[in-house]
Ligand binder design. Structure first.
Ligand code: YNC
Ligand code: MG
Length: 412
């Protein structure tokens, strides 16, 4: 039962498979004068604030709330630790609205205890380009959980999105809600297996299981030798994940500002093949894909002969706090972002991405099974996580659940 979500304009479980329902908006926009003008009521001890993410102090408060209370894996071993620089980047794309960065404070102490954000994005669904809000960073302090604060946060961001005459949204969650447009799986590629095993990452269900590690290890030489587990040594594991020092693709280099027009053309053309994908213009590409230290990395292939930009790959930096290790406090993770292959095989391109990520000292490289990622995951020794990521649209119905490979959208 979903007492809140059943009241919202989202695909409902009872309607799954009902192909008589049309694709597109579920509810029509209302005149802006009919949008509620006052914020929703919060329980008496709390008040709304609009977070000025430009302000160093406010950015630090948000950082602290999320560092201590945001998403953990199922076994509570790791918690996302988005950096301040990352938050500032993620929340201020072209055309962002300050009013969509919403906090809740305790009136008496001024302590920030909840947060939710939206940013504007043009998202194409089949042939329709729809202006949406991408909603992210929903967080309620651990001490205030299960008090139905989340629905109030969601209604308030919805109201503020409506006030900008925007009526659709996209979001992801690890939990199942009515109803996913697709469900993806995370895959993890060890870059620093010794550390990953030390901190328990390799044994973690939500990331990569030991049995999977053993199975992977088993593949090259041994096929069905019994008692194989005992032969799974650290040195053999390190060897299994070893990468070359240098990238292999001629013309592979870091993206630079003058590449924005060519990358925009390449990416726009590539993303056409997916059912749901962002509609990026040059300003978006400049913001989301130009390299930003410790936030986003992008590489491309420039043909040594024609100087044409033929391929592109990118990843963002999202460390996790390690909650119970004596030896380490942070897991440095790279997350596959947008990749385009036209001339360089995707497998080779992503192998080069792994090599640069390893050089930059990442411990693990993560990727969802979206777009064409399935074509390289197993071969490049990624292991499947068992946590799922569900994608949702608000006030937009699709007739069918998508395959993850039909999705061309990566949210942060
Ligand atoms: C979630 N992640 O089902 P029902 S992802 C949406 N997204 O409602 P309470 C969620 N809804 O089932 P708590 C949700 N998690 O009764 C729970 N819910 O209908 C629903 N975790 O509220 C849930 N961040 O306040 C239930 O629960 C209702 O105190 C229960 O708070 C939830 O950012 C939460 O995982 C997630 O901080 C805030 O557990 C809290 O547990 C927490 O009693 C750790 O809420 C951090 C975490 C979520 C990351 C994310 C995307 C959010 C999308 C929100 C939906 C946006 C819709 C579009 C709006 C714009 C529309 C336009 C136009
Ligand atoms: Mg609550």
């Amino acid at each position: 039962r979903h007492k809140f979500w059943e009241t919202q304009p989202v695909g409902q479980f009872k309607d799954l498979g009902d192909t008589n329902l049309p694709e597109g908006p579920i509810e029509q926009p209302t005149p802006l004068s009919e949008v509620k003008q006052e914020p929703y009521n919060l329980p008496a001890p709390y008040e709304w604030i609009t977070c000025d993410i430009d302000s160093e102090d406010m950015c630090s408060e948000v950082y602290t709330l999320l560092t201590n209370n945001y998403v953990e894996d199922d076994e509570n071993m790791f918690r996302f630790n988005y950096s301040k620089e990352f938050l500032s980047w993620a929340l201020r794309p072209p055309g962002y609205y300050r009013s969509w960065h919403i906090g809740v404070r305790v009136k008496s102490s001024k302590k920030l205890v909840a947060f939710i954000t939206g940013i504007p994005a043009k998202i194409r669904v089949r042939d329709a380009v729809v202006v949406m809000a991408e909603v992210n960073f929903l967080c309620v302090h651990k001490k205030l959980r299960s008090k139905r604060l989340a629905p109030v946060m969601i209604k308030e961001v919805t109201r503020r999105v409506h006030l900008e005459n925007i009526w659709q949204a996209a979001y992801t969650a690890g939990v199942v809600l009515p109803t996913p447009i697709t469900t993806c799986q995370y895959w993890h590629r060890s870059l620093n297996p010794k550390k990953l095993i030390d901190v328990g990452f390799s044994r973690l269900g939500a990331r990569m299981t030991m049995s999977r590690t053993i199975k992977l290890y088993k593949l090259p030489e041994q096929t069905s030798t019994p008692g194989l587990g005992a032969r799974m040594t650290m040195s053999r594991t390190i060897k299994l994940y070893k990468l070359p020092e240098q990238t292999s693709t001629p013309g592979f280099r870091k993206m630079e500002p003058h590449d924005v027009p060519a990358v925009t053309r390449l990416l726009r053309n590539y993303l056409k093949q997916f059912v749901v994908a962002p509609d990026f213009d040059e300003n978006d590409v400049e913001h989301w894909l130009l390299p930003k230290e410790d936030v986003v990395d992008s590489y491309l292939v420039e043909s040594p002969e024609t100087h044409e930009i033929t391929d592109f790959c990118s990843f963002y930096t999202l460390p996790s706090s390690i909650l119970g290790s004596q030896n380490y406090s942070t897991l440095k993770a790279a997350y596959s972002y947008y990749n385009v292959s036209t001339k360089t095989p995707l497998l080779q391109l992503m192998n080069d991405a792994l090599i640069v990520a390893k050089k930059k000292d990442f411990d693990v490289f993560n990727a969802l099974d979206v777009m064409h990622n399935e074509t390289f995951l197993k071969e490049l020794k990624f292991g499947p996580g068992d946590g799922k990521l569900h994608y949702y649209l608000y006030n937009y119905r699709l007739k069918h659940v998508l395959r993850s490979s039909e999705l061309g959208l990566v949210l942060l």
